[in-house]
Ligand binder design. Structure first.
Ligand code: SF4
Length: 330
């Protein structure tokens, strides 16, 4: 077993696999209303190719967690089978899914039976009008039904990821947290990152961690949770003495790159050693030209060695990656 170690001594054990760049929502902070030019046909890894690369990561490179993402992974037809085949590689692997939950009410049971352990659901508001304003769709009820189904299927702890947008839903932070606590969902507020397809992100427009606390603290007493954070992106806080918690993922103002254990595989077979990587390593071409598992593993190791210390958003030389978040995955 060789470890995916970078030149700063960080070891990646958490693989994020984007199964598609397509999505059935049009969140304003992610992509334009008309959508994007999607990957076509065999540009996208087949189910067999996905499972093979995950297997190489697990068997040869020390991957211990696999999270399936997108775009929206629930639009990928073979998702349940990919989950089942991944779990069969090693039943102790932790499998999770980042999703907008559209359709989860139908598939939660099958995903749990296939070996999925838990879900992170993206939900920025519980107000139907605001939901439409952000996502350009009237599907809040489907997300709520998906969350309930995930909980009923035992895909927990069910986590909710929320982005606050200035003048849109940032006044609803207290409401969203109360709603999640009442239902036993673990809410994480995420600082908006410069990864949108439109390249419209601005630091001034972003709601910072400090602003998130300022919106919550009039209503909730927040105390840092005792459990060590480790490589987890979220800073956790006990709400009103607990046991409920709330998390803040402050990638921009409180970066956590020093303990990063993540690596990403895109739907078109590229390794990204960081969410903000500007270079990618093409495993798809190697795989399709007959590379052995050992050769694929070696290419992956080389890709990791080039990982930068951090995202560099604060560097004057910072350049937003060409690939948008919708084609990288959370
Ligand atoms: S920005 Fe890159 S290095 Fe930093 S935590 Fe995210 S993936 Fe890791």
């Amino acid at each position: 077993m060789k470890l995916l170690e970078d030149r700063y001594g960080r070891v990646a054990t958490d693989l994020r696999v984007s199964l598609t760049d397509r999505c059935n929502l049009r969140c304003s902070y992610c992509m334009p209303a008309e959508g994007l030019e999607w990957l076509l046909g065999d540009e996208v890894l087949s189910d067999d190719e996905v499972v093979r690369l995950v297997r190489v990561g697990v068997e040869q490179l020390g991957i211990r967690e696999v999270r399936f993402t997108g775009g929206e992974p629930l639009v990928r037809r073979g998702l349940v089978e990919i989950v089942r085949r991944t779990k069969a590689l090693d039943p102790t692997l932790e499998l999770s899914l980042t999703t907008n939950a559209l359709g989860l009410a139908r598939t939660a049971g099958a995903l749990a039976a296939a070996g999925l352990d838990r879900v992170n659901v993206s939900l920025d508001t519980t107000d139907a009008e605001t939901f439409h304003q952000i996502t350009r769709r009237d599907r809040l009820h489907d997300v709520v039904a998906g969350l309930e189904a995930a909980q009923a299927a035992g895909l927990g702890p069910v986590k909710v990821n929320a982005v606050l947008l200035r003048g849109v839903n940032d006044h609803q932070a207290v409401e969203l947290l109360s709603w999640c606590i009442e239902r036993g969902y673990e809410l994480r507020f995420i600082e908006q990152m410069p990864l949108d397809a439109q390249h419209g992100w601005s630091r001034e427009g972003m709601i910072t961690a400090d602003e998130i606390f300022a919106r919550l603290e009039p209503e909730f007493v927040l105390v840092p949770a005792a459990e060590p954070r480790g490589s987890a992106p979220a800073e956790l806080f006990l709400v009103n003495g607990g046991p409920a918690t709330v998390g803040v993922i402050a990638s921009v103002t409180r970066p956590f790159c020093g303990d990063c254990d993540r690596v990403r595989l895109t739907a078109d077979g590229q390794i990204r050693n960081c969410l903000f990587a500007r270079e990618e390593s093409d495993l798809r071409a190697a795989l399709r030209s007959g590379a052995s598992d050992e050769d694929l593993a070696e290419r992956w190791l080389i890709a990791m060695r080039g990982k930068r210390a951090g995202h560099g958003i604060d560097d004057p030389s910072f350049l937003q990656p060409d690939r948008p978040m919708s084609a990288i995955g959370g």
